[in-house]
Structure formats: C-alpha cells, structure tokens
Design a protein around this ligand. Sequence first.
Ligand SMILES: [Zn+2]
Length: 227
Amino acid sequence: MTNVIGTGDYSVTPQVLIRNVLVYGEGDPVDVLLGDEQILAIGSGLEAHTDAEVIDGAGQVLLPGFVDLHTHLREPGREDTETIDSGSAAAALGGYTAVFAMANTNPVADSVVVTDHVWRRGQEVGLVDVHPVGAVTVGLAGKQLAEMGTMAAGVGRVRMFSDDGHCVYDPLIMRRALEYAGTLGVLVAQHAEEPRLTVGAVAHEGPTAARLGLTGWPRAAEESIVA
Ligand SMILES: [Zn+2]
C-alpha cells in the first residue's frame, strides 16, 4: 500500500528514504520517502532514487518537528553561556525545527533592530527557525510599552511578546499591550506573578510554610495577574 502525500513526482533529488519507521509510534512500520523538502510517499516497500540516502528506522518513531515556545539562546550579550549557533544545534539534535528565543538578552529584544538580528542569525545558522520573542516593555522594566508594532512588521515578524520571567504587573500597561496584540494578531505570554506579593517567598503559602517559618507565596500573586 502506498499513500502519496506530496507531489507524486519521485524523480526529484536528493532523496531520503526512511525504512520501517513507526509514524506517530502507531500502526505498522512503513517507509517514508522524502525529497525537495517534502514527503513524496508513505507506504511499504517503497523504491527510491539510486543516490538516495537510506535510513534504517526500525525501532524508531517518526514525529513532526517540535516547536519550543520558551528558549534562552542568550545572543546578543551572553555568548559565553549560549549562542544562536549552539542553541540551534541542540534544538535540531532534539527533534525541534523551530524555537522561540526569549527577549532577556543584552541588549533586551525590545526593538526591531534586535529581533531582526536574532531572526537573521537563526537563518544564517540554518538548522532551525529561530523566532524572536519581543519584549512587552522597554528593558523588561515594566514601565513603558515597547514598540510591538515595528517588531511585528520587521523581517523577524515577531508573533509572541513576553517580558520572560518579569511580570508585566502594571494593569494599564498590560491592558495596552493586549489591545495592541489584538490589533496586530500576536500573542502576549505573561509571567503571572504580582511581585509585591512574593517578596522573599520560597514556598506555597499555607500551614506547612507557616509551621516551617518559611515566607509563603500566595495563590493571589498569580490569580490577581491572570484576572
Ligand atoms: Zn525564561
């Protein structure tokens, strides 16, 4: 049985043939023929071009590329800990085809200059798509809205905005951010933690924290921000 999913043109090269692999880990093992960045065919006993790279997929599971919505590639500014190059390589090795790089770089990714740079570097490295996450506020400081519109309109086409581990705790700024996000068709990812309720907190607030003398972290710190 052969199910043709792609173009049906088996003459394209180069080709990759994966033999006896479990698609989604289900059913019987099948062969998957790839070429021209497409799936040309899925079935059993597939023929491939004589120059095709053949991979033995026995015992392996074939899945679509993963997407990591929250990575720290540290570039620009902290290339001593991670780079777009090294982070892309790690992502590709783990089965990821796209990652979203958080905005807490140095300088912060709160301008189109930085977000476009991150996108371009990812394309130069060429292993996975590195989507820049734009900061919601300038410098992740929570005081002034970043220029979300220009970041969304850049070549990096920013589609997610976040202040990473910093909460956008000012309700007026968050409301404006959500209004802009709605107009631009983008997402805001919030770290839901009212910082004034969690100063020194190290444990969930409750009888156990009280008995141990630990400063409690109340539910309201998260729930008030979500509200
Ligand atoms: Zn983070």
